[in-house]
Design a protein around this ligand. Structure first.
Ligand SMILES: Cc1cc2nc3c(=O)[nH]c(=O)nc-3n(C[C@H](O)[C@H](O)[C@H](O)COP(=O)(O)OP(=O)(O)OC[C@H]3O[C@@H](n4cnc5c(N)ncnc54)[C@H](O)[C@@H]3O)c2cc1C
Length: 450
């Protein structure tokens, strides 16, 4: 070998070893919107990073589950069993993320006139029918005007959230100048049904976050709620295909079972066809729900304090059924959201009449349903699909715990806990924002040369 070739070889080896020591391995646990967006943002920032995304299920999406079912005409159509709607303005990070990853005009969407009906079980007449478009359709105009006033109050809170920090729904609603019957019959059932939880639970949740969740604001482009024609779940899978590369490896059907600290790295153990395999990585991102993250950390004593905080974050079960039974909706006065209450104003069911969004969804209903209702649907042959989701209950205590959690996690330069919930608001948009925050943490990690 000539001396020039030897020098070249030495230079290549030296540059390779510098490159290798600088190159970081990142494990992302969870393939919902938070995990997928984190993978994208980190890969864009650091083209040398090697990213492995682990998802326990067979496909990406997490809560965003798009299901193929038959409509009245017998055609197969996409329906989102989990997250479904978005609004331009409050969901702009989500929209921009899809544009960045999937290209121009990345999706087809459909628009709906959000319209609300609240009815007592076994009674013919609804308590309230909200306007559809500009037409007033309310049984009782006074109640309808009050609903508009309520919307204005919620919008005011949306604009001035700092004044309402730490206040729960019950305290906020108590302060509103409405009579008790209106609060109990209309406001509480409406807020609870929209989230898929109970009246009792909604009262303790953070008022500011609930108001943000419903996007009580004047959106930039339009006032309309929208749904994705192909489904929010389908879009996450498309993003996954786009970002898969030599740099980003996506491992589905690969649940992570533990993460242990190993000097200044992390040993990630996951299952591959039932056998345990490991990856030694520099940076770990937990993009699962908090309770799942706590399970994965359970054997690592250095993370005990984080686990303690995670235990305080509570979840509730939302059973969502797609079905063809129209008994839950009032077809005489069609509305998008049909809320049925009992005589004590507690929720009995909350059903979305999907044909109000789009004709292609005609004959398909989406209900937040009790186990009993699901059994009935099953027995009548009208059940299309059912999923149990675990949704964080964003109480004021939850928000307070999050602040402590972020402080604790900051003591570890090479881990981050992302996810819609970790922003104190659980939407596809907050999951994307969480992906951006994961990148911020990663940047600090790199800047400190850790
Ligand atoms: C019924 C329902 C309706 C909703 N409606 C809307 C809506 O209309 N609009 C909206 O914007 N948002 C809505 N949301 C909220 C939205 O679904 C969430 O904000 C969003 O899905 C959060 O994304 P994420 O990535 O944080 O979590 P997830 O989507 O929960 O993803 C977490 C992922 O981690 C994976 N995982 C867990 N444990 C492990 C492990 N050990 N190893 C590997 N992977 C693991 C899970 O399988 C999952 O894929 C709704 C939620 C529900 C439940």
């Amino acid at each position: 070998m000539s001396s020039t070739s030897k020098l070249l070889l030495v230079l290549i080896l030296v540059s390779h070893s510098i490159y290798s020591s600088a190159q970081k391995k990142v494990a992302i646990i969870g393939g919902g919107m938070a995990g997928v967006s984190s993978a994208y943002y980190i890969s864009q920032f650091d083209s040398t990073a090697k990213i492995i995304l682990f998802e326990k299920e067979a496909k990406l999406g997490g809560n965003a589950q798009t299901v193929l079912v038959k409509n009245k005409a017998g055609e197969l159509v996409n329906v989102d069993a989990g997250p479904q709607y978005f609004v331009e303005g409050p969901w702009d990070d989500y929209i921009l993320f899809l544009e960045k990853t999937l290209g121009k005009n990345p999706y087809k969407s459909e628009t709906l006139d959000a319209s609300l009906l609240i009815q007592r079980e076994k009674e013919q007449k609804p308590v309230l029918v909200s306007p559809l478009g500009m037409k007033l359709r309310g049984e009782k105009l006074v109640k309808l005007l009050k609903l508009k006033r309520f919307n204005k109050e919620a919008y005011d809170m949306y604009k001035h959230p700092e004044a309402w920090k730490g206040i729960n729904i019950e305290t906020w609603v108590n302060g509103l100048k409405f009579d008790e019957s209106y609060k109990n019959e209309i406001i509480y059932p409406f807020l609870a049904a929209s989230l898929g939880t109970t009246v009792l639970e909604i009262k303790t949740t953070s008022a500011v976050n609930i108001v943000k969740l419903f996007a009580f604001r004047k959106p930039k482009a339009s006032n309309k709620f929208k749904v994705m024609t192909d489904g929010m779940g389908t879009l996450i899978q498309q993003v996954g295909e786009k970002i898969s590369s030599n740099q980003v490896t996506i491992k589905c059907s690969s649940p992570v079972v533990k993460v242990m600290q190993s000097k200044d790295k992390w040993l990630v153990t996951y299952l591959n066809n039932g056998s345990e395999e490991t990856e030694l990585v520099d940076f770990v991102l937990f993009a699962t729900h908090a309770d799942q993250a706590a399970k994965i950390m359970r054997l690592e004593p250095n993370l005990n304090e984080i686990k303690e905080i995670l235990k305080h974050l509570t979840y509730f079960e939302a059973r969502i059924a797609l079905h063809t039974d129209s008994n839950f909706v009032n077809n005489q006065k069609p509305a998008f959201l049909n809320i049925i209450t009992n005589n004590s104003n507690q929720l009995v069911s909350s059903t979305m009449n999907l044909s109000m969004i789009s004709e292609r969804l005609d004959g398909i209903y989406k209900s937040w349903a009790s186990q009993k209702a699901i059994e009935q649907l099953k027995n009548s042959g009208k059940l299309l699909h059912v999923t149990s989701f675990w949704h964080p209950l964003i109480t004021t205590d939850f928000i307070a715990q999050l602040a402590i959690l972020h402080q604790q996690v900051n003591q570890f330069p090479s881990i981050y806990l992302s996810g819609g919930w970790s922003e104190g608001l659980e939407t596809q948009n907050s999951a994307v924002i969480s992906g951006q925050h994961a990148l911020e943490k990663y940047k600090v990690f790199i800047a400190n040369g850790k």
